[in-house]
Ligand binder design. Structure first.
Ligand SMILES: Cc1ncc(COP(=O)(O)O)c(C=O)c1O
Length: 414
């Protein structure tokens, strides 16, 4: 019934009130119309070609997603380390199912909105790996009381005090990871400072609180170029984390350890087998940035933004496309030789600049042959940073080869 109502609204929009009124009045016409609409829907989202999509649209290659996820899962099974995939790149149920091989357990999230979304959809053992914000302590408490296992992260004694002020009901414990900075230079207590050990001890000793683990994120692998540099950072982070674990052990404290990022987890060093967990996320999509770092090849990238040529500007030797920063994001700042993205299959094209809904494309060298790019031509942009690009889209269109096979709806907000 809801579907019918939706299609009637669609009909009103498309054909005007007169036609929809006619359909109300004429059952046969209405049934024929419904059939056409259902076919159109199938064509659009299941079985149709990706070329039928309105642009800009984010498309996800399901085969590449599955292959990227499988490789990471098998890599850590072999190493004997628990893979706790991060959901921040896609924020969808379907992709989470692929990354957890259907277990719906053992994930990391970066926002409380993600935590609630996954909890509401039957996921368990969720780690909210973000220095616990004080305005969200009550909501974290509710999740800790509701799920079998909900875990938070902190890097400041004041945050520990906030948790202590809100004891959990039914004898439950706050499960706390302490964030350790091993050279990433973002959140976390510095591995070398005596205060870091003191904070870990304070968490361990606090009533109603359990020190679950030490979490070091090696985002500094994003400055690397090539496997050797990636592995040097992975080794350094692993060594510093394991040294910290030894210091804890000397104080009689044992807990889990976790490091990770997509570059380091794509090229692990042997010592990473001594960790309890790793927590990469971007690997399921990958992107141009990861291929430049050396985490993957460009062929592994599972996402594209489809766009169409909407203008010719021969006086500037440029094309206009219908994807601006609202469809791609400005991440990467245009510093690739091909600008803000790679135009799939067109190595001589550069996405020079974008406004909200327009992109300017020019050749890297020579004069544009406009006959090759008539208005309406579809181009596929490989994003610089898939997390940022995916965040711009309310729907992801999933395809296998050239056929659409479904739609994923991510959660949004904080
Ligand atoms: C705290 C934390 N953990 C894990 C990840 C996942 O790393 P990546 O995006 O390199 O897969 C991120 C990414 O930003 C992060 O901030």
């Amino acid at each position: 019934m809801l579907l019918m109502t939706n299609w009637l609204r669609f009909a009103e929009c498309l054909c005007g009130h007169f036609l929809s009124q006619l359909m109300h009045d004429n059952l046969i016409t209405y049934i024929v119309f419904l059939w056409v609409c259902v076919c159109a829907e199938c064509c659009h989202h299941g079985g149709g070609p990706i070329s039928s999509l309105c642009t800009p649209a984010l498309v996800v290659d399901i085969n590449k997603v599955k292959s990227n996820a499988k490789k990471m899962t098998e890599r850590y099974k072999e190493l004997g380390v628990q893979l706790r995939p991060h959901m921040k790149t896609h924020k969808t149920i379907e992709c989470a199912d692929i990354m957890t091989t259907g277990s719906r357990r053992c994930i990391v999230v970066s926002t409380l909105a993600e935590a609630l979304f996954y909890a509401d959809n039957g996921f368990e053992d969720i780690l909210y790996a973000y220095s616990v914000p004080f305005d969200k302590v009550e909501c974290c408490a509710a999740l800790s009381e509701r799920l079998d296992l909900f875990q938070v992260l902190l890097d400041h004694p004041d945050a520990l005090e906030q948790l202590k002020k809100r004891p959990l009901r039914d004898g439950r414990l706050w499960h706390v990871w302490m964030k350790l900075d091993c050279g990433n230079g973002r959140a976390g207590v510095l591995h070398s400072q005596p205060e870091s050990l003191k904070l870990a001890q304070a968490i361990d000793e606090a009533e109603g609180v359990e020190l679950t683990g030490i979490y070091a994120h090696c985002g500094n692998t994003y400055n690397c170029r090539g496997v050797e540099q990636i592995q040097a950072v992975a080794q350094e982070t692993t060594t510093l984390t394991l040294e910290f674990m030894e210091k804890l052990k000397a104080e009689g404290i044992t807990c889990k350890s976790s490091i990770g990022s997509t570059p380091s987890c794509s090229h692990p060093v042997k010592d990473m087998a001594r960790l309890s967990e790793v927590h990469p996320g971007n690997y399921v999509f990958y992107d141009v940035q990861q291929s430049v770092i050396g985490s993957c090849s460009l062929e592994d990238v599972a996402v594209r933004v489809l766009t169409r040529v909407i203008g010719h500007c021969p006086h500037r030797n440029q094309l206009l496309i219908d994807c601006g920063w609202a469809g791609l994001s400005l991440d990467g700042a245009g510093k690739l030789p091909t600008g803000y993205a790679v135009v799939d299959g067109h190595p001589n094209l550069k996405l020079l600049s974008m406004t909200q809904e327009h992109g300017r494309v020019e050749p890297i060298s020579g004069k544009l042959d406009y006959s090759k790019y008539p208005l309406g031509t579809m181009l596929k942009l490989i994003p610089y940073h898939s997390c940022a690009t995916a965040a711009m889209h309310p729907t992801y269109y999933v395809h296998s080869e050239d056929r659409l096979v479904g739609k994923w709806t991510p959660t949004r907000g904080w």
